[in-house]
Design a protein. Sequence first.
Length: 297
Amino acid sequence: MDKLNCMTAFCEVVKAGSFSAGAKNLNVSKVLISRYVAQLEDDLGVRLLQRTTRKMSLTDEGSEYYHRCQVLLNAFDELENSTKDKYQGVHGQLRIAVPSQEFTCAHLIPFISQFSQQYPDVTLDINLADRYIDIVEEGYDLAVRIGKLDDSSLIAKKLSDAELVLCTSPEYLKNQATITHPKDLQQQKLIIDTNYRGGKSWKFTNQSKEHVIQPTGHIKLNSAMAVKRCLISGAGIGICPSFSVDKEIESGQLIRLLPEWKLMNLGIYVIFSHRNHLSPKVRAFINAISEHFAQQQ
């Protein structure tokens, strides 16, 4: 008896809800799939399925065996796929959604260039956009995202930490009153990034204290890079991801305001739809980008 075929047949019958549907999914005859399940029951010495002319159901033993079978079959598939990846090469088109402009140009393009050289048989189709992209609905293999993630059926692997910071230029501050508390921002010219997924509120926390403002916005833009350029030019005060303004703050082009008041902590993630049965190209990209960001820290 081929135990693996029998286990596969049993699990497929359970998932499909009938012998006929399970046989169709496996592209085998109903007679053969019934024989596999019967052989499995004979070998185990227990009844896994209760069968009548009208319906089929799992026994208690069958339910426990089914769940353990699934674990074993998934592990076998993972082992087989990883071996195939290693010896069959990585190839095909990879569709990736990434943040637009500055982050991608500074942090992803060098990696993507390196990845392309390492895997010359992979064609990269990359979409730069700050809007939320449903990678399953829109047909992407994976995405790189920044922020706090919503609950989702997608798999997220964290690559790095970041945070939002409040900043402005020295020129803007020359003619302004001293800013010592988030409430002082209501009288300032604020630059708003409309892609900010925190909504219309800026929530500041300082240990146990909390203060929320509803910025109306002197200028509204849908680009973190454009917000930064406005801040550097002296147009007002705004919030930007730390990785976007770290160099400008270090050089003095921008000044971080109210550093004791924290805004949103961000994560940088690679997002994909399935942990099991990943294609070689997707698995190669996830492993490579994870290693790349680990080396940057």
